[in-house]
Design a protein around this ligand. Sequence first.
Ligand code: NAP
Ligand code: G4F
Length: 347
Amino acid sequence: MRRALITGITGQDGSYLAELLLRNGYKVCGLVRRSSSTNYDRLGSLRDQVELIPGDLLDSSSLISAIQISEPDEVYNLAAQSFVPTSWNQPVLTGEFTALGVTRMLEAIRTVNPKIRFYQASSSEMFGMVNESPQNENTRFYPRSPYGVAKLYGHWMTVNYRESYGVYAVSGILFNHESPRRGLEFVSRKVTHAVARIRLGLQQKLKMGNLDAKRDWGYAADYVEAMWLMMQQPAPEDFVIATGECHSVRELVEIAFGHIGLDYRDFVEIDPALYRPAEVDHLRGDCAKAHAKLGWRARVPFEDLVRMMVDCDLVQLQAGSGSSTPNVASPFFVTDGRPLAPLNRVS
Ligand code: NAP
Ligand code: G4F
């Protein structure tokens, strides 16, 4: 039985990746940081199938212990301070988690067992102010936030541990990916949750920032398959993972409100406080390399993704679960209401 350790298992991607690895027959361990209240909503019934190990990206000795306890073949480093606006309020903490946390994890691997394979959750935010479109593995980086800068540090440390020490270390440069398990502060879920609340008469207006920003949005469950595929290759390489399509935040709100028969212009108010000190205006990924080498491509179109998220928010609010991220113990959320498609496979 192969063994994996996931940092960030309580997050959106961590929960989907845990599901995928369990389906693939792995023993799955997850690093969880101490909190005054538990935060396992996204794991739901998976909670009993994974082993949770206490630890924090700020604490090197806890990372070494986690690797010694879990004895993984593969480490997926998904933990980070992942919300871009917070990185302007807490730039040093973001650097500690999102940048230096990567080095602490790589050092822990090098200390305990350098044969462990390592996946780093890198981000299209590293492209920032883009000089070409679409962006691929060779596009210049120009981060526009402390978060983007921190991710770029983590990316280069991953490349350097591969080149300096021969660690099987890969950097997955993932474009935005969303789901009903997305945190409520990110724009997709903020919108779909608000639309569902408006539909149910629980909210009247929605305050938004820059509607003209454009992103390449995919479905998170598709993207964790790409992570796993990257870790199964004969040699470690970095990959861009994206849909190749670009949509504006305005289109997002239009589709979400349109799904329940409303016109977004009657509900959305622009709040200048939600504009960022520096914006990433336009992201669109070119995943030709992932398609050619991993046999991967995104399966869920943007419009379907937005509608699925609105539907899930409606169901969840009507059920009154009280959880901001759906509990996968409910059969509806195991697959987000869709049949499980066969895994992407290396061709
Ligand atoms: P998320 O939902 O915000 O989850 C972040 C996870 O990191 C949570 O489990 C969180 O634990 C954990 N964490 C934060 N600080 C930690 C620390 N000091 N020690 C241990 N764990 C810590 O993020 P996501 O959307 O799943 O994204 C996963 C990763 O991919 C992140 O690194 C993100 O930056 C990156 N990424 C995401 C996207 C995207 O569109 N989703 C795109 C590119 C890259 P708690 O539950 O305790 O807070
Ligand atoms: O959903 P967002 O907060 O995601 P952002 O900043 O693109 O970052 C996400 O994707 C990255 C990959 O590129 C990840 F690395 C990162 O961890 C995170 O998952 O904002 C998307 C866009 C921005 O341009 C923002 O200005 O939406 C715009 N926006 C407009 N109004 C808003 C709002 N964003 C948020 N969060 N809230 C608003 O009211």
